[in-house]
Design a protein around this ligand. Structure first.
Ligand code: Z5A
Length: 234
């Protein structure tokens, strides 16, 4: 039974931050920068990713990104992304937040809305039902949406691949699919400004990191918390 009060903006003491955006937007890079900055403030933080983040969810990640799950169709894939998310929430995210640590996550439910919904064609009503049943009200305290034109993001991803990595099932989609994704993320941010902040990810890496830190400080580290965190770090 998973009936329980919601976590993070989920009712837990820790903070839950998600990174969203298209391919090559710099999510993993910025997750690392934020992890370092939070650690320097003495805030225990667990960095994780979706799909994946728990052993069972990593098995589903492999099926989803290899394309083995694509015969299930977009709704079937969405259900698998949610199956992975349920395990990730139960095994890692909720327990971490409950003990007061922070969680920073590379992609979360907005990716399902954008990839399987706006770009994959699953109707919003079905996705909303899946989201409600699986998340039980759990929601990030803050979502950073890294915005980059798809052509630039895909070029970055392909440069990184020349180091030997293969393109996954979503990277192989047409440019129009990626433009649809970009618009979907921007629409999510416009609809939920209290949770989401859009950051211009075409800027140099260090400037993007600073913009993200400014948002985290302003939204999640009120002055007295910043003071306490600084004292804890000394
Ligand atoms: N998916 C889904 O369909 N539904 C869902 O519900 C969920 C996910 C949760 C996960 O792939 C895939 O699953 C994803 C959506 C789908 N689709 N794809 N493809 P993943 O985890 O393997 O990859 P990703 O999430 O798409 O991220 P990415 O493409 O690997 O990129 P990134 O993490 O955003 O970027 P990065 O690795 O930090 O940076 C990419 C390169 O750019 C790298 O060489 C950096 O050094 C460089 N970089 C970073 N920042 C900059 C700046 N500012 N300037 C210049 N260069 C930069």
């Amino acid at each position: 039974m998973r009936a329980e009060p919601p976590l993070g903006s989920v009712g837990a003491p820790g903070k839950f931050i998600t990174f969203e955006g298209g391919e090559g937007a710099g999510k993993s890079t910025q997750l690392r920068h934020l992890h370092e900055r939070l650690a320097a403030r003495g805030i225990e933080t667990v960095a994780t990713r979706e799909p994946g983040g728990s052993p069972r969810a990593e098995i589903l990640r492999d099926a989803l990104l290899s394309g083995r799950a694509s015969p299930l169709g977009p709704l079937g894939e969405a259900a698998l992304f949610y199956a992975a998310r349920i395990d990730h929430l139960d095994k890692l995210i909720k327990p971490t937040l409950a003990r007061g640590a922070w969680v920073i996550c590379d992609r979360f439910a907005d990716s399902t809305r954008a990839y399987q919904g706006a770009s994959g064609g699953v109707d919003q009503k079905s996705l909303a039902l899946l989201e409600r049943a699986a998340l039980l009200g759990a929601s990030p305290d803050l979502t950073i949406i890294l915005d980059v034109p798809p052509r630039e993001g895909l070029e970055r991803a392909s440069r990184r691949r020349s180091a030997g990595e293969a393109a996954d099932r979503f990277e192989r989609e047409e440019l129009a699919f990626h433009e649809g994704l970009r618009q979907a993320f921007l629409a999510i941010a416009a609809n939920e400004p209290a949770r989401c902040c859009v950051v211009n990810a075409t800027l140099p890496e260090s400037e993007v990191a600073q913009a993200i830190w400014d948002i985290v400080e302003a939204r999640l580290l009120p002055p007295e918390c910043a003071y306490l965190a600084e004292s804890a770090a000394q």
